[in-house]
Design a protein around this ligand. Structure first.
Ligand code: ADP
Length: 469
């Protein structure tokens, strides 16, 4: 299933990105000199998602010669597929809508969601600079409005959030002749001389070469596509191999930086979803809703968990079932709710007029599924489910789902200057970081949209500092 999911995402990215290939990228692809042994620049940015692009633009704007390397054939990363929106406080958009969401509200919400684990100093920088972030994005031609129900989230007036953002960054990057983008070029190792990071080894189709730089900015994103690394830090998630992530998120930056002594924070708080299908994750309410919620069964067509548990507790339960999969089963009443309808449509759920028929279509034992559903409808439960639902009204719906990585909340330790810190908390000279590669902003829970805002706020700080301004 993982491969299907990635394919779906790559197709989505390819369609959107190739529609707007920048001049810089095209030139770079065709004209890259055949592997000089050593290339020298002022600032090397590794990773071309939102964080890398904002950092590179800012460093270039501050007069530095910049090379950005991106290992994929296209820019965008997970930022590109981000659909949620951006978080900001005290903006003109709030004011125009008559909505109060102050900088302090922003800080409080972020700390609460993260169970007070986020770094307050860094969260404060994020919130205090979020309005300026929105002003900058607006200056790039992006237009936002308030989210219908969440006072902290801004969404595009029209169109897909992430692809609009990446298109705007690419267009801005094109303005700078001192910013060069090298696609299909992977950072593999940081070079350290006398305790300072002075560049990196990179690799393209012609082989490896060195890029020397006064400063390196790591913007390689998270661990979404590195289930082995997720499980290394979170043994409870072992077995869960799905991902909501693009192919490039394999933890390269984390590995490169920890290899030279960088510290990490909050790695045990990786954000997972228990019920993912290719390109979509099913909201857990379809099985947890009081009175109507459905059930989860495994390949033996038996229930294995309390479906009303927090999704993070449900994740390891799903991961340890045979094949790492669960079947989401509910009835017509759930299908009429918002989340139920979305699941039916977007998760391409199978429907049937009887439970036997549904079981057959899902490849489950019909008699076993009938027995499980009957027991559930009779209120029988051995998993401590306090509020029961029911699966009684035809048509019935079902789909195979698996655990998937959604967002990497932990990562490299950094400070207010976006310097990466070593395991003793001291800045590693010459090394900066931005984006999902970092830890410290989320603790045990993420406010959606703080990530794309973090790319802007900390990308600007990193770009400026790396340029020596
Ligand atoms: P962020 O939001 O932090 O920018 P993204 O996922 O949007 O995260 O972007 C990270 C980008 O970094 C992706 O485009 C990914 O392909 C790229 N990347 C990851 N590892 C490397 C690497 N070793 N070398 C170059 N680019 C990389």
């Amino acid at each position: 299933m993982k491969k299907v999911l990635i394919l779906a995402l790559v197709v989505l990215m390819t369609v959107s990105v190739f529609a707007g290939c920048t001049k810089t990228e095209t030139q770079t692809n065709n004209d890259t000199p055949k592997n000089e042994d050593v290339v020298t620049t002022d600032v090397l940015v590794i990773g071309g998602g939102g964080a890398g692009l904002v950092s590179a633009i800012t460093a270039a704007e501050n007069g530095a010669n910049v090379i950005l390397v991106e290992k994929m054939p296209m820019l965008g990363g997970n930022t590109m597929i981000s659909a949620t929106g951006i978080t900001a406080s005290d903006t003109k958009i709030h004011e125009a809508a008559g909505i109060t969401f102050t900088v302090q509200d922003h800080i409080d919400r972020t700390m609460k969601e993260g169970k007070d684990l986020p770094n307050l100093e860094l969260v404060t920088i994020l919130a205090e600079n979020s309005n300026a972030g929105i002003e900058w994005l607006t200056s790039l031609g992006l237009e936002y409005k308030m989210h219908a129900t969440e006072e902290w989230t801004l969404v595009p007036v029209e169109g897909h959030f992430g692809s609009l953002m990446i298109s705007a960054y690419k267009k801005e990057a094109e303005k700078y002749s001192n910013l060069e983008i090298r696609l299909n070029t992977k950072g593999t190792e940081l070079i350290v001389e006398d305790g300072k990071v002075v560049g990196a080894i990179v690799e393209d189709k012609n082989g490896a070469y060195t890029i020397k730089a006064n400063a390196v900015i790591l913007a390689t994103g998270g661990l979404g596509n590195a289930p082995d690394v997720i499980a290394e830090y979170n043994p409870k998630y072992a077995g869960g191999t799905g991902t909501m992530s693009t192919a490039g998120a394999t933890g390269d930056g984390l590995k490169m930086a920890t290899a030279i002594g960088a510290g990490v924070v909050d790695m045990e708080h990786h954000m997972m979803r228990p019920l993912a299908t290719p390109g979509y994750w099913i909201r857990e309410t379809v099985v947890s809703d009081e009175n109507i919620g459905g059930i989860l069964v495994n390949k033996s067509a038996v229930r294995f968990t309390n479906e009303t548990a927090h999704r993070w507790d449900m994740v390891p339960e799903v991961a340890k079932q045979e094949g790492g999969v669960a079947y989401v089963i509910f009835d017509a009443d759930v299908a009429e709710t918002g989340n139920g309808k979305a699941a039916v449509d977007k998760a391409k759920m199978i429907s049937a007029d009887t439970i036997e028929e549904l079981a057959t279509k899902l490849g489950l034992d019909p008699a076993a599924l009938v027995a499980t559903v009957e027991a559930y409808n009779n209120g029988e439960d051995e998993f401590g489910r306090k509020t029961m639902g029911k699966v009684t009204t035809a048509p019935f719906y079902g789909v195979e789902a698996e655990v998937a990585s959604h967002f990497t909340m932990g990562g490299l330790a950094f400070n207010k200057n976006t310097e990466i810190l070593d395991t003793d908390g001291n800045p590693i000279p010459g090394l900066y970081g931005v984006g999902e590669v970092l830890g410290g902003l989320y603790g045990a829970g993420r406010v959606y949209g703080n990530d794309t805002m973090g790319n802007v706020v900390f990308g600007k700080i990193a770009g400026k500092n790396a340029a020596g301004k």
